[in-house]
Design a protein around this ligand. Structure first.
Ligand code: GTP
Ligand code: MG
Length: 454
């Protein structure tokens, strides 16, 4: 924390501008050795939240012209003095500016070190810091909303409410422990029990948000499956918006798994277009069909495609049997052709069915709606507190099982000390979640997931 650190905060790619961020006690002094405002006024003479235009130099060499933004402690992202130098967004130019800053005494920042300092300086809670990475990595509307909500402190507030209740219980219990002669009466025990139960219920609701939120965090592994020539690849291309997969009228065109991520219904579908399933002696196609079944095993969502212009085949029936218990949208494709399929067998086996023509691009809206329904996307609220990662999940899980321990201790008539130990441990688990009582190892682990410059 005592070192002044610097890093490039923008991606390592050519762009309009790049930003080099410097944070620490010497940030402004170091920037003054590299950045020379055209006004002649040094950066150390500048108030916080002000910008200066000037030359960026490495010793005698002019590197670029740009803008320096000065933030004065504690009113900055990290809580320390910060200077952000914006230069032209060339890779080499940007690296030269960073090199000049490091030469003047700044140390290269590690992954997430700016945000780590913000956390250590009390600018962010640990869950808010984690929301920063989620915000950066969000690929879908729902993922973005969930991260924004966490960044505003929704999870922290939820945990704080539970913590406040548990802390008031332990304060109460402490009074009895201080006066061992006084026995805790049943009424008091009942009150403690009620608080533990209601806190446990809140924690369990949070645990559920983790399972439901997987769709938002990780996207949905989706397999497009069906017998050859039904239009799987045409559908893949329609959903991805370009000719990702090869389409021909020859059955067995797709041999390997073709992957693409697309945004549908506010979430990311990780689509896998697969080889059409059929009995075959062709070694390559056979291997392709095996891969199709491998994908099916790990799919969160199945898009099962059938050809409306021809009757269902034995292979279709085999497929129906395999997938009817899975989260599936049955797609009756080629609705532009004269129907020759017995739809009854599809309607009897699946709950979510859409009739589309991938070739003429009709029925896509219905397909979107059906996908929403199968994944129950409308049930996933992104406006409340949500658990965003394994670390948070395990803290809550631990806290809940400790509260169950406290309830059992009350139930079997253990001493109040035993009840207290469980509640205190539950409190510790929740303080670890918010970062208010957390080991360096956990903090380092959290920030190691960040990129350099954040
Ligand atoms: N009329 C009509 N033809 C379609 C439709 N969808 C696909 N086709 C045609 O059906 C043929 C097969 O399409 P593909 O998308 O390659 O089928 P596939 O299921 O990927 O086939 P394999 O890769 O062999 O398993 C092509 O000639 C497509 O143009 C549709 O909605 N209507
Ligand atoms: Mg194909």
């Amino acid at each position: 924390m005592s070192k002044t650190i610097a890093a490039i905060s923008t991606p390592r790619a050519a762009g309009g501008i790049s930003v080099i961020r410097i944070s620490g006690d010497n940030a402004i002094a170091i920037a003054d050795q590299v950045f020379f405002p055209v006004s002649g006024k040094k950066l150390f003479q500048q108030a916080g939240y002000t910008a200066a235009f000037g030359d960026i130099r490495d010793g005698e060499h002019q590197i670029d012209q740009g803008v320096a933004l000065v933030f004065r402690s504690p009113k900055s992202y990290t809580g320390e003095d910060v200077v952000e130098i914006s230069c032209h967004g060339g890779i080499l130019v940007t690296e030269k500016v960073l090199r000049a800053v490091l030469r003047e005494g700044a140390f290269p920042a590690g992954p997430g070190e700016f945000t780590k300092r913000a956390f250590l300086n009390g600018k962010l809670t640990l869950t808010q810091a984690e929301a920063v990475t989620d915000l950066i990595n969000a690929e879908s509307e729902k993922g973005l909303k969930a991260a924004q909500c966490a960044l505003k402190g929704a999870l922290y507030q939820k945990i704080s409410t539970v913590l406040d209740e548990l802390l008031s219980v332990t304060a109460h219990i402490a009074a009895y422990i201080d006066y061992p002669d006084e026995d805790i009466d049943d009424m008091e025990l009942e009150k403690i029990k009620i608080v533990c139960e209601s806190c446990s219920e809140s924690l369990r609701k949070l645990l559920e948000t983790f399972d439901r939120g997987k769709v938002i965090r990780e996207g949905v592994e989706t397999v497009i499956i069906g017998r050859p020539n039904v239009g799987k690849s045409t559908l893949m291309n329609l959903l991805s918006g370009y000719q990702k997969s090869i389409v021909t009228n020859i059955p067995g065109t797709t041999r390997d798994v073709v992957e693409e991520s697309v945004n549908i219904g506010d979430v990311v579908l990780r689509l896998a277009d697969t080889a059409g399933i059929r009995e075959t002696d062709d070694i390559i196609e056979k291997a392709g069909v095996e891969r199709t079944f491998d994908r099916l095993m790990s799919a969160d969502l199945v898009l099962a495609v059938f050809d409306s212009s021809s009757p269902l085949s034995d292979m279709d029936y085999t497929l129906i049997d395999k997938i009817k218990e899975m989260p599936t949208v049955a797609i009756i494709n080629k609705s532009d052709l004269i129907a020759n399929i017995d739809k009854k067998d599809i309607y009897n086996n699946f709950k979510h069915i859409v009739e589309i023509s991938a070739a003429t691009q009709t029925g896509v809206e219905d397909l979107n709606l059906a996908i929403n329904e199968v994944l129950r996307l409308n049930d996933i609220s992104t406006s409340g507190a949500m658990l965003a990662n394994e670390r948070q999940y395990h803290c809550v899980l631990r806290a809940d099982s400790l509260l169950q321990g406290a309830l059992e201790a009350i139930q079997v008539g253990f001493t109040i000390d035993a009840v207290d130990i469980s509640i205190e441990s539950a409190i510790s688990a929740l303080l670890e979640l918010t970062g208010e009582k957390v080991t360096d190892a956990v903090v380092n682990e959290v920030f190691s997931q960040f990129c350099v410059g954040k």
